[in-house]
Design a protein around this ligand. Structure first.
Ligand SMILES: NC(=O)c1ccc[n+]([C@@H]2O[C@H](COP(=O)([O-])OP(=O)(O)OC[C@H]3O[C@@H](n4cnc5c(N)ncnc54)[C@H](O)[C@@H]3O)[C@@H](O)[C@H]2O)c1
Ligand SMILES: [Zn+2]
Ligand SMILES: [Zn+2]
Length: 370
């Protein structure tokens, strides 16, 4: 069949909308009609080269849709099922899955080539194979996905909000609750209030943080953060550090969580300076693979036992935490509808990223046409 998709052909190029040939699902795969896809900052890293992938590639890794067809051996899913794509595939059997660290599943080794787990591609044009961002490629009307990447959801949930629990929501929530281990009464600083950071605010509030300091140069972001549970806001890291000191009687923040658009030495240093003894910096933002974005005095790390923690998918487990996020939403305890700032057509994907980079969106979402 044919599908229209937003494709990146090389570093530095914008998305190009093109028609591709899509193969039938093979064993263990399903055909999904994507309904909605969030515009996460990580797809922009494919454009800048901060995530080094094989090109050409179909963008998008935060999507939800409806199963149209299942390949051989798929028993867990059936046509008509509503699903959300997990940006990390989970095999269930590798050493990391067996330990319950499914975000670190060995299938992650395909995240740079972005073929399916059998090593081949389902999207083609003019004799060329097209990869799928995070093995998904949700900026396509249709996709063939491994069942390892697909979480079934209730059919009565709006798919545009379901899409957001594929990446930004559990990544942010887990950065605060799991990787950052926010405890009741904590003081938490959050750098970068985008689609991920806003969910750190929700997560920290949920875990009972007493002070949540949202840091973003964009004023509207600071205002929105307050609606999601931030108690304070700061335009600069220096102001945030001063606030954290004041609010903790000079002790410092318990956590500093980093979700700025691109990880930099400046923000990591600021976060390190803002935390207390035995406090934790969590780095969820991505910086380019060759860049030395961490330059810190080990003296302080050792004597104050400060901790630096990376977090992938908020150190969460997709098949456990994605349904949990939706259960909290259904119970009225997690805001998802309010995360969507602007809806776009697939053809407007570059405008969507322009808006994201200009700080106009919490989350932009593509609504697919069929
Ligand atoms: N580790 C993971 O599993 C994972 C998953 C998803 C996204 N990410 C990464 O998380 C980061 C954030 O993604 P997003 O989609 O929320 O991005 P976004 O562009 O929506 O939000 C980034 C925010 O950071 C703010 N910002 C920029 N510089 C800042 C600074 N110096 N101080 C404070 N705020 C600053 C921007 O104004 C913006 O509001 C990206 O690097 C993305 O690739 C990581
Ligand atoms: Zn993402
Ligand atoms: Zn695994």
């Amino acid at each position: 069949m044919k599908t229209r998709a937003a494709v990146l052909r090389d570093v530095g190029k914008d998305f190009e909308i093109t028609e591709l040939d899509l193969d039938e699902p093979k064993t263990g795969e399903i055909l999904v009609r994507f309904v909605a896809s969030g515009l996460c900052h990580s797809d922009d890293h494919l454009r800048t080269g901060d995530i080094p992938v094989r090109y050409p590639i179909v963008g998008g890794h935060e999507g939800a849709g409806v199963v149209e067809q299942v390949g051989e051996g798929v028993t867990r899913l059936a046509p008509g099922d509503h699903v959300v794509a997990s940006f990390l595939p989970v095999c269930g059997h590798c050493r990391f899955c067996a330990r319950g660290q499914t975000n670190l599943c060995d299938l992650g080794m395909f995240l740079l080539d972005n073929c399916l787990p059998d090593g081949t591609f389902r999207l083609h044009s003019g004799g060329e194979d097209f990869g799928q961002m995070c093995l998904l490629g949700t900026f396509s009307q249709y996709g063939v996905l491994s069942e390892h990447s697909v979480v079934k959801v209730d059919n009565d949930l709006p798919l545009e909000v379901v899409a957001l629990v594929g990446c930004g929501v559990p990544t942010g929530f887990g950065t605060a609750v799991k990787a950052g281990e926010v405890q009741p009464g904590d003081t938490t600083v959050i750098y970068g209030i985008g689609g991920v950071g806003i969910n750190e605010v929700q997560g920290a509030a949920f875990a009972g943080a007493r002070n949540i300091i949202a840091v973003d140069p964009v004023e509207s972001k600071r205002e929105i953060a307050k609606r999601f549970g931030a108690t304070h806001a700061a335009a600069t890291a220096a102001d945030a550090q001063e606030l954290a000191q004041q609010l903790s009687n000079g002790v410092g923040a318990d956590q500093a969580l980093i979700t700025v658009g691109v990880a930099t030495e400046d923000v990591i240093t600021a976060a390190f300076n803002a935390i207390r003894k035995r406090g934790t910096v969590v780095i969820t933002s991505i910086g380019g693979p060759g860049k030395k974005t961490i330059q810190l005095p080990s003296f302080e790390l050792t004597l104050f036992e400060k901790r630096l923690q990376g977090a992938l998918f908020g150190s969460s487990n997709p098949f456990d935490d994605i349904p949990r996020m939706l259960d909290l939403y259904k119970a009225g305890k997690l805001k998802l509808d309010e995360l969507i700032t602007t809806r776009y057509k697939l053809d407007e994907v570059n405008q969507g990223y322009e808006d994201m980079l200009a700080g106009r969106n919490i989350r932009g979402v593509i609504i697919h046409e069929h």
